[in-house]
Design a protein around this ligand. Structure first.
Ligand code: ATP
Ligand code: MG
Length: 564
């Protein structure tokens, strides 16, 4: 695992860059880019790449471009472009005036293709897509050369110009690189560089009816932007010889070094745009920014902080081999960050009414309660106390088992920041037998939280004053999938969705200090977890909170076990 964020991260990519600086490979320059295709929202896997590319730029005092890799009109849109811009900014990175679009290079890319044809390094092939696939060969068998492979340069130039002019049907011809049909690397067996596709592009409209393939557009876009280190995920390792071949044939001035690293896989979720789109389109979630989604927008709505995501990316590091990261580590990073930042308040999710029999009717007093036990600088607020309170239903049991230390008949507990109370009577619904109200007494001598006679209680519970508290809706989010790897096995991944990934509680009560909680404000609800006000739905008078993460740290347990 990489070092924490206390020191500068180091990994094999930074070692390569250091070596290049030492050997003056790019005249000492470092320039990276983050090149998302705007065909979906960014997810936590993209965040790993964002933190890596922009992180390197920061560390080496160099630049990182944001480039929309928008060469395939299908599924690309302005909405996605805007979401990407938003999300990378939210993560805390800036590209100044270096926002680029691969679609802005269409004319230059076309001219590069013409140059390849003129050099005898590309030809127009009139086989169908199926035929091309059939003739490509396998890992053990070489491919077959296309009957169109030896068309003359003049004929190729003419056909390619007419492809652009729209003279042919979709699929009638493609432009292929002329490399080697017997290459052991299948990627090098005369790969397709351009295809005819009549589709409106969200930026260039119907201006083009031929579009470059990823392998052709990507290396040349990198080169045009004078990128030095083109960092991508491992599945492009086999494409690196093609990346280099294209740039070598065209003899460009700027030839970036492609470096591959392992993509992030995270347990209990999926990180594939195609599948995330399916969840959105089929309505399994409320949208791309549903707080259960592994998208940056979802995590923002959920209440995750950019700092927590950075810390997570630092901790997972960058490696050469694929692995599945435990989502508990991400949750641990969120908790770690919020533990320091989030003020503590009290909220009752499932209220049970408690009447303090010996407390005077109509009386109210206030307990000065610190916002953070370890950080007095966060200040305090007044928490009102009165005769009728709400406590959490699960903090009372009529017949408590061993090791249940909370409230029970004739048992005394401490109220957080307040008095000891003792349960003396239980009121039940005569029909259902459900406990609907507790009658308690309080000990006025215990206001400090301690009894002068030295008697002890075994539990401290949270509460709110019925007269002063505010109603709130609370949305309890849990993991979207109920298995660690939803893509494993033959079953459709949607079969593994967690039916309990969202529980909405409508009759929660929160302490009055939350009346003007700012949009997106984050709090620790004592004993329950971290929560934030919903950015869209929460308003004064109609508070809505999202659960960011529970207090239970499964990651700490896992790493404890590993240490032992
Ligand atoms: P998906 O497989 O989800 O469709 P993609 O790789 O097609 O993702 P792009 O928009 O092309 O999505 O990705 C932009 C950049 O983010 C690329 O450089 C890609 O390597 C990187 N990236 C995408 N997914 C991950 C991941 N899970 N972990 C690390 N980097 C990723
Ligand atoms: Mg892609």
């Amino acid at each position: 695992m990489a070092q924490g964020n206390s020191s500068l991260p180091s990994d094999f990519i930074r070692e390569i860059i250091d070596e290049h600086i030492r050997t003056n490979r790019f005249q000492g320059r470092v320039a990276t880019r983050f090149p998302p295709e705007p065909n979906g929202y960014l997810h936590i896997g993209h965040a790993k790449s964002v933190c890596l590319n922009f992180g390197i730029a920061k560390q080496y005092k160099s630049t990182c471009n944001l480039r929309m890799d928008d060469t395939d009109p299908a599924g690309e849109s302005l909405e996605y472009v805007e979401s990407i811009i938003n999300d990378v900014h939210w993560l805390g990175f800036d590209w100044e005036d270096r926002l680029f679009y691969a679609s802005d290079y269409f004319e230059q890319l076309y001219q590069f293709a013409v140059q390849l044809i003129k050099a005898g390094k590309a030809y127009v092939c009139s086989l169908s897509a199926d035929e091309i696939r059939e003739q490509r060969g396998t890992l053990t068998e070489p491919g077959k050369e296309s009957p169109y492979r030896n068309r003359s340069i003049e004929e190729n130039l003419d056909l390619f110009a007419r492809m652009r002019a729209g003279e042919f049907e979709d699929g009638a011809h493609v432009l292929r690189a002329k490399i080697d049909m017997a290459s052991p690397n299948i990627t090098m067996r005369d790969p397709v560089l351009y295809r005819i596709k009549r589709a409106a592009h969200y930026r260039t409209g119907m201006k083009w009816c031929i579009y470059p393939m990823y392998d052709f557009a990507h290396c040349l876009s990198d080169s045009l932007e004078k990128i030095t280190h083109s960092i991508c995920t491992l599945e492009f390792e086999n494409n690196r010889p093609l990346y280099d071949w294209i740039l070598n044939q065209l003899n460009v001035d700027s030839h970036p070094q492609q470096i591959e690293f392992a993509r992030l896989n995270l347990s209990y979720t999926i990180l594939s745009k195609r599948r995330l789109i399916e969840l959105v389109v089929k309505g399994y979630v409320a949208g791309w920014d549903d707080p259960r989604m592994p998208t940056i927008a979802g995590m923002r709505k959920r209440g995750y902080t950019p700092e927590a995501i950075h810390n997570f990316c630092d901790r997972i590091g960058v490696a050469k081999n694929d692995s599945l990261i435990d989502v508990a580590l991400l949750e641990h990073c969120v908790r770690d960050d919020l533990n320091e930042k989030a003020p503590r308040v009290m909220a009752v999710l499932n209220p049970l009414r408690v009447v303090i029999e010996n407390y005077p009717e109509g009386q109210t007093e206030e307990f000065d309660s610190p916002y953070h036990p370890q950080n007095p600088e966060m200040g305090s607020r007044k928490v009102p106390f009165s005769k009728i309170l709400y406590i959490e239903k699960e903090d009372f049991l009529e017949n408590p088992p061993k090791k249940y230390y909370r409230l029970a008949p004739n048992r005394e507990v401490r109220l957080r920041y307040g008095y000891f109370i003792k349960c003396i009577n239980v009121v039940k619904d005569p029909k259902t037998g459900e406990v609907v109200e507790l009658h308690c007494t309080y000990d006025p001598e215990t206001r400090s939280g301690f009894a002068p006679d030295g008697r002890k209680v075994d539990a401290t519970i949270h509460w709110v004053s019925a007269e002063h508290c505010l109603p709130a809706e609370v949305r309890l989010y849990d993991r979207l999938f109920r298995v660690p790897n939803p893509m494993e096995g033959d079953s459709d991944f949607t079969n593994y969705l967690n039916p309990k990934s969202l529980e909405i509680l409508k009759s929660c009560r929160v302490e009055p200090s939350l009346a003007n909680a700012s949009p997106g404000g984050r709090f620790q609800f004592e004993r329950l977890g971290y929560f934030c006000t919903d950015l869209k739905d929460s308003q004064p008078g109609r508070l809505v909170f999202n659960r960011i993460v529970t207090l239970r740290d499964t990651w700490a347990k896992i790493s404890e076990k590993e240490k032992r």
